[in-house]
Ligand binder design. Structure first.
Ligand code: ADP
Ligand code: MG
Length: 477
C-alpha cells in the first residue's frame, strides 16, 4: 500500500526579552543554576504575576508577519499538571483566546514550487524549569532559571506531507522570528523547540490517522530524522496489522529513534481554567497599527527585491536574505562599490568562507561591510586584480588596515602602464622561442603560458586584461 505522511508542528519560540513574562527576573542564558528564579517564578504564596508588555509587542509582530488575525482580547489560563520542574503546579498559557489566530507561511519545495502551510494559532505562555540528570549520581537536579521565560507557541495545521516540508516550515518560522527580533533564534540554547505531530494514512484517504507527538526536538537535523523515523515506524506498525497509539514520544539522537514518554493526556486532564491573578489583556487597533508600521522588510519581500533591484539570481538572493544582518551587510558593501553582482560573489564565497572557517556569525566579521565595499571599489577601478584582492582581504581580516592602506603599504597597485609591461613581455618572448613558434603555428593555448609568465614576473600585479592584449600584439609581430 502507498502511505502518505501528515505532519503538524508546535514550535515553541523563546521571546527575546530581558525579563520574564510575569516577573522581573532575568532571562539571560547560562547563569548559575537557580540564580534567576524569583518568588513569582517559584509560585511562592502571596506573589502576583504582572505581564511583561514586551511579549505582546513581539507576539503581535509575529502575527502580522504571518498575515494572522490579532486577538484584541486575549486571556491567560492555568494548565495544571505535576512535574518536578514546575514549582507552581501549573503553567500559565492561553487556551481559548490566544493573541494570534490563523495566518500562513509560504515554503519552497525542493522542486522549486511554493506551498502554503496554515498556522492555526500562536499563544503566549511561560516556560518550565529544567531537570538535570548528569552529575547527580542517579538523582536529578532541578534548575529553575528557565521557569517563567516567555514563549510563543506556534501551532501549525497538519499541512505538511514529508519531513523535508516540516523542516522547510520550521526554518522559515526561525528566519521570520529572527527578522522580526522576536527571538534570538539560538537553537542550541533552547530558543526554538519543536513538537512534531506525525500520522500516516493510505494515500488518497482524506481523514487523518492517529498521530504521535515527538516532544522538544531542538535542531532541524534531528527534526528531519525524528519525523522520518516515526513515519517508518508507523508504517511498520500498520502493515503488521497493529494500530498506532496516540503517544507522546521523545527523540533520542544517539540511537536515532523515538521512544514513548507518556501516553497522551487530553485537555480535561489539565483542568484548564482562566488565570485568576491576571486580567484579560485588551489591545486596540492603534496599538496593532503602530507595530505594523515598524515591521522590517520580511524575508520573501527581500528576496524579490534583491532579484529585481540588483539582478541577482533567486539562489543568490535567497542566500543573502537568509539573515537580516547578512542582507544589510551585502547592501551596504554593494552601495559603496556600485557593483551588486561582484559584491554578491564576494560575500557568498570569500566572506562566508572565512566566517565558516572561523565559525563566526556575520555580526562578528573582522572585515566590515564598509571595508569590503572599499576593497571591491579597487577591483572596479582596476587598482588591483581580483586575485590580489583576496590577499588584501586576508590582510584587512588580520587587522592590517583598510584596502587602500594595505595596497599602498605593500605596493600592490596593479601595473596598468603599457610602458612598464611591454619590456617584461619582450624579455619573456625572447627567452621562450619554442612557445613563440607554437603560438605562431596556431596553438592559441600557448597564450596562457605567456600571460602566466608575465603575472609571475610582476608578482601578480600586472593588469591581466592588459597583459593579454600586449602579449597578443607582440606575438603577432
Ligand atoms: P493538542 O493540543 O492536543 O496537542 P491539537 O489538536 O491542538 O492537539 O494539535 C496539535 C498539533 O498536531 C497541530 O500542529 C496539528 O496540526 C497536529 N495534528 C493534529 N492531528 C494530527 C494528525 N492526525 N496527524 C498529524 N498532525 C496532527
Ligand atoms: Mg500539543
Amino acid at each position: 500500500m502507498e502511505w502518505e505522511a501528515v505532519i503538524g508542528l508546535e514550535i515553541h519560540v523563546q521571546l527575546d526579552t530581558r525579563s520574564k513574562i510575569f516577573s522581573g527576573a532575568s532571562t539571560k542564558f547560562g547563569a548559575e543554576p537557580n540564580s534567576q528564579a524569583c518568588p513569582v517564578d517559584l509560585g511562592l504564596p502571596g506573589v502576583l504575576p504582572v505581564v511583561n508588555a514586551e511579549v505582546f509587542k513581539k507576539a503581535v509582530a509575529f502575527g502580522l508577519g504571518i498575515g494572522a488575525e490579532i486577538g484584541y482580547r486575549s486571556v491567560f489560563d492555568r494548565k495544571n499538571y505535576f512535574y518536578p520542574d514546575l514549582p507552581k503546579g501549573y503553567q500559565i498559557t492561553q487556551l481559548q483566546f490566544p493573541i494570534v489566530l490563523g495566518g500562513q507561511v509560504e515554503i519552497a519545495l525542493p522542486d522549486g514550487t511554493a506551498k502554503t502551510i496554515g498556522v492555526t494559532r500562536a499563544h503566549l505562555e511561560e516556560d518550565a524549569g529544567k531537570s538535570v540528570h548528569e552529575d547527580f549520581h542517579g538523582m536529578s537536579g532541578i534548575d529553575l532559571n528557565r521557569a517563567g521565560t516567555p514563549l510563543l507557541e506556534v501551532v501549525s495545521e497538519p499541512d505538511m506531507r514529508s519531513a523535508e516540508e516540516a523542516v522547510a516550515y520550521a526554518k522559515y518560522i526561525h528566519q521570520l522570528v529572527c527578522y522580526l527580533d522576536v527571538s534570538d533564534g539560538e537553537m542550541s540554547q533552547g530558543s526554538m523547540r519543536c513538537d512534531a505531530n506525525v500520522s500516516i494514512r493510505p494515500k488518497g484517504q482524506t481523514t487523518l490517522g492517529t498521530r504521535t507527538e515527538t516532544k522538544n526536538v531542538n535542531s532541524f537535523r534531528f527534526l528531519q530524522r525524528a519525523i522520518n523515523f516515526e513515519i517508518a515506524r508507523q508504517i511498520d506498525v500498520l502493515e503488521a496489522g497493529d494500530s498506532v497509539l496516540q503517544d507522546t514520544l521523545l527523540y533520542d539522537p544517539a540511537l536515532d529513534q523515538t521512544r514513548p514518554m507518556r501516553s497522551k493526556e487530553t485537555a480535561t486532564d489539565y483542568r484548564y481554567f482562566p488565570e485568576p491573578d491576571l486580567l484579560p489583556v485588551v489591545i486596540d487597533a492603534a496599538y496593532v497599527e503602530s507595530i505594523r508600521s515598524q515591521l522590517p522588510e520580511l524575508p520573501h519581500a527581500k528576496v524579490s527585491r534583491f532579484t529585481a533591484q540588483y539582478g541577482l539570481s533567486k539562489v543568490d538572493a535567497t542566500i543573502l536574505a537568509a539573515e537580516r544582518p547578512l542582507a544589510d551587510y551585502f547592501e551596504q558593501a554593494a552601495e559603496i562599490c556600485g557593483d551588486a553582482t561582484l559584491t554578491a560573489n564576494w560575500v557568498r564565497v570569500e566572506l562566508t568562507g572565512q566566517l565558516n572557517r572561523e565559525n563566526l556569525a556575520i555580526t562578528e566579521s573582522a572585515v566590515s561591510a564598509v571595508q569590503l565595499g572599499q576593497l571591491l571599489l579597487r577591483i572596479k577601478d582596476e587598482t588591483i586584480s581580483g586575485k590580489i584582492a583576496k590577499d588584501v582581504f586576508d590582510a584587512i581580516w588580520q587587522g592590517q588596515g583598510s584596502a587602500d592602506e594595505i595596497i599602498a603599504a605593500k605596493g600592490l597597485q596593479q601595473i596598468t602602464n603599457t610602458v612598464a609591461i611591454g619590456p617584461i613581455v619582450d624579455e619573456i618572448i625572447a627567452n621562450n622561442p619554442k612557445q613563440v613558434e607554437q603560438f605562431r603555428a596556431g596553438r592559441e593555448k600557448v597564450l596562457g603560458f605567456f600571460i602566466g609568465q608575465v603575472m609571475q614576473a610582476t608578482e601578480g600585479k600586472a593588469n591581466p586584461k592588459q597583459v593579454n592584449e600586449i602579449v597578443r600584439e607582440k606575438l603577432k609581430q
